[in-house]
Design a protein around this ligand. Structure first.
Ligand code: MV4
Length: 670
């Protein structure tokens, strides 16, 4: 086994690898960018090397810098994590040239799966089922359109070099084929520098079911069963589970054996995932799954497989890379219970899932136990920046049945607190509670189909939220009086009394909050037995105390509520049951600024690149009309008209890089 390894990654996966390496007595070497100098993975590692500025292309993606850090530290092997250099064959080659073990498959296996057409042909030859279609070298319009007719509409045009849905076009009838082909080629050329496409029968109601495989250097290969990753949004996975709901044993075996065949066909070694597409409208059948692609790395969602098999996949990776045989044979592998994972993202579902950045003012995630596991790369106080993935953590729950595992995860999410930036936490909890999800009715259209159930309109803050914000503030005032009282030895001093009676004679006041631009007042009267709060729905008696862990325990007219209130400047975040609501202390100066800044201006929410401009100055637009598409943090965001009106200005240019806060368009309301 290795004495020391370098982890060429950051965030939760770097922390995850360090954990297993440490348990195996292996010294860990981290690398970090300037933005990550105090990151959790750097703190956890035995040693850490600075490899450049924040931008990944200048740090985590620079092969020479990673190799140099490995050499300098004496690391014998490099774990690439996922993303970054994990599926870069040239990096795997560079490792071998430097006599460092790449903890992953041979470079040629990565290459074999890199191009869709070649991979598909290879799989077909190996006897792995593929989607019916054309994936030949002749790229003439006629050949492709004849192929589409022969397959039968609807068909899907896919970029040969594609991934993540880019350069993909669904075509429903022959008349639309030529235009769709042109569009797919253009997109593929600009995204991948390769405009070759393939044609496939379109699979309706697709389910994404993938098989975890492992192979060693001694000719052994096994499958560690399936994961269902159908719950995605714009090709970003949101929820993953294992096993797949309603998976018949014979289909599991057929898919597992096909995946092992795929791995053996390319001389695979280490951890890999074979993705299949399943026609969800026909259920899971032994003849109803098709090879999509193979991911030649450890995946984000590997914990659900670890939970149901009881195996540590990072340990398996290290053993295989060190030349050991696989720890178990196929017959020794069993599924125990059910596991589900939710990806907690810094993003705002109410604003079209726009990624959010900022400081994690509060971060309370459930403690790891046998049932709930949390994989996080950040801690309270850390910054979520524009430079990397907006994933904050993965929350995984296990139980003996699917039903119980979903309940566990819902409870874990509702007991979490993330304040300081918008997250999808309430959205995830709603997915867990959704009747269709509980029934196992999953396919890739699930989120869009149920969006209105999963993302409620964000409306006004309720009275309870305002009361909690008010009580937190009042408690903080009381606490400051108590500090003053402790500082005086005179027990008759007015400061020695912190029972809510204000010694300057005030017995009532009004706390004014800004709730999304709307003024909300809370009247406060002090009485010997507590407060009386004046709210929109009437007056209530209220009391509050703080628990040792900082949580606010309130009594609102007899209802006991535990909440988490975090403040930063004028911002107040009130969290109850995993749902965080942001308020502000009202500031007349700020309110004036805000209204003048809005005025129909469409501002870039983050640094990014303008991908498409769909409107021009002078256009009359309806509220919600798409104006332009911005690419930022690896995702596309459509910026829309905030109201019916006329586009007064549209300064954005396709392909241009824009900074956060740049005014990209101005729409004057009618
Ligand atoms: C498909 C398909 C339907 N029919 N292929 C999307 C990304 C790429 N990995 C494959 N994808 C799809 N290929 C055929 N022949 C539907 C999708 C698809 C999808 C697949 C898996 C997970 C989520 C998806 C979301 C939309 C479309």
């Amino acid at each position: 086994m290795f004495e020391s390894i370098l982890i060429a990654n950051r965030g939760e996966i770097a922390c995850r690898v360090i954990k297993t390496a440490r348990a195996m007595g292996i010294r860990t070497v981290a690398v970090y960018s300037e933005a990550d100098a105090t990151a959790r993975h750097v703190r956890l590692a035995d040693e850490a090397h600075l490899i450049g500025p924040a931008a990944a292309r200048d740090s985590y993606l620079v092969v020479e810098k990673i190799i140099a850090a490995a050499k300098a530290s004496g690391a014998q092997a490099i774990h690439p994590g996922y993303g970054f250099l994990s599926e870069n064959a040239a990096f795997a080659d560079a490792c071998s040239r430097a006599c460092i073990v790449f903890i992953g498959p041979p470079a040629d296996a990565i290459r074999a799966m890199g191009l869709k057409d070649a991979a598909k042909a290879l799989m077909e030859k190996a006897g792995v089922p593929v989607v019916p279609g054309y994936h030949g070298p002749d790229q003439s319009d006629k050949t492709l359109s004849d192929a589409a007719k022969k397959i039968g509409f609807p068909v899907l045009i896919k970029a040969v070099a594609g991934g993540g849905g880019k350069g993909m076009r669904r075509v429903d009838k022959a008349q639309d084929f030529a235009a769709a082909l042109e569009g797919a080629r253009r997109e593929a050329a600009s995204a991948f520098g390769n405009d070759a496409v393939l044609i496939e029968k379109y699979v309706t109601k697709p389910r994404h079911v993938e098989i975890q495989v492992f192979a060693d250097g001694h000719g052994n290969a096994v499958y560690l069963f399936e994961r269902d990753c159908s719950l995605q949004r714009r090709h970003q996975k949101v929820i993953e589970e294992a096993p797949a709901p309603d998976m018949p044993e014979e289909v599991r075996r057929a898919m597992g054996e096909a995946a092992v065949k795929a791995a053996l066909a390319i001389g695979y070694q280490g951890a890999g995932t074979v993705e299949f597409i399943v026609d969800g409208s026909r259920g899971l059948r032994p003849d109803g799954f098709y090879f999509m692609e193979m991911n030649t790395r450890l995946q984000v969602e590997h914990p659900v497989t670890e939970k149901i098999t009881g195996q540590d996949l990072v340990e398996w990776q290290l053993r295989v890379a060190a030349g050991e045989p696989l720890p178990l044979t196929q017959n020794q592998l069993r599924i125990h219970g059910h596991a589900v994972e939710a990806r907690l993202y810094a993003e705002d579902p109410a604003r079209g899932f726009l990624p959010a950045t900022g400081r994690l003012l509060r971060l309370k995630l459930p403690a790891d136990d046998g049932h709930v596991r949390v994989d996080a790369g950040v801690e309270e106080g850390d910054q979520v920046s524009v430079h990397y993935d907006p994933m904050i953590a993965k929350v995984i729950a296990w139980d003996t049945t699917r039903e119980a595992a979903l309940r566990r995860l819902k409870g874990a999410l509702q007991g979490s607190v993330v304040a300081g930036l918008a997250t999808n936490l309430p959205f995830l909890a709603r997915v867990m509670g959704h009747a269709a999800f509980r029934a196992g009715d999953v396919d890739t259209g699930f989120i869009d189909r149920h969006l209105s159930d999963l993302v409620p309109p964000d409306g006004k803050a309720d009275d309870r939220t305002l009361a909690l914000a008010a009580l937190d503030h009042l408690l903080a005032l009381d606490e400051s009086y108590r500090v003053a009282a402790a500082a005086t030895s005179d027990r008759w001093s007015p400061w020695a009394s912190a029972n809510g009676w204000r010694m300057n004679g005030e017995t009532s006041l009004v706390l004014r909050f800004d709730d999304n631009g709307e003024i909300r007042d809370v009247g406060v009267a002090f009485t010997p037995s507590g407060y009386v709060l004046g709210l929109a729905t009437g007056e209530i008696a209220a009391r509050a105390a703080r628990r040792a862990d900082g949580a606010l325990v309130a009594d609102l007219a007899g209802d006991k509520i535990s909440a988490e209130v975090a403040c930063s400047g004028n911002d107040i975040y009130v969290t109850v049951g995993g749902v965080t609501r942001k308020l502000k202390f009202y500031d007349p100066g700020m309110a004036a600024d805000l209204s003048s800044a809005v005025g129909g201006g469409i501002v870039s929410p983050m640094p990014g690149k303008v991908m498409r401009v769909m409107a021009k100055a002078g256009d009359k637009v309806k509220r919600g009309a798409p104006l332009l598409i911005l690419e930022a943090m690896k995702m596309e965001h459509t910026l829309i008209a905030p109201a019916d009106g006329v586009v007064k200005k549209l300064s954005a240019v396709e392909g241009e890089q824009v900074s956060e806060g740049a005014v990209l368009a101005v729409v004057e309301a009618e």
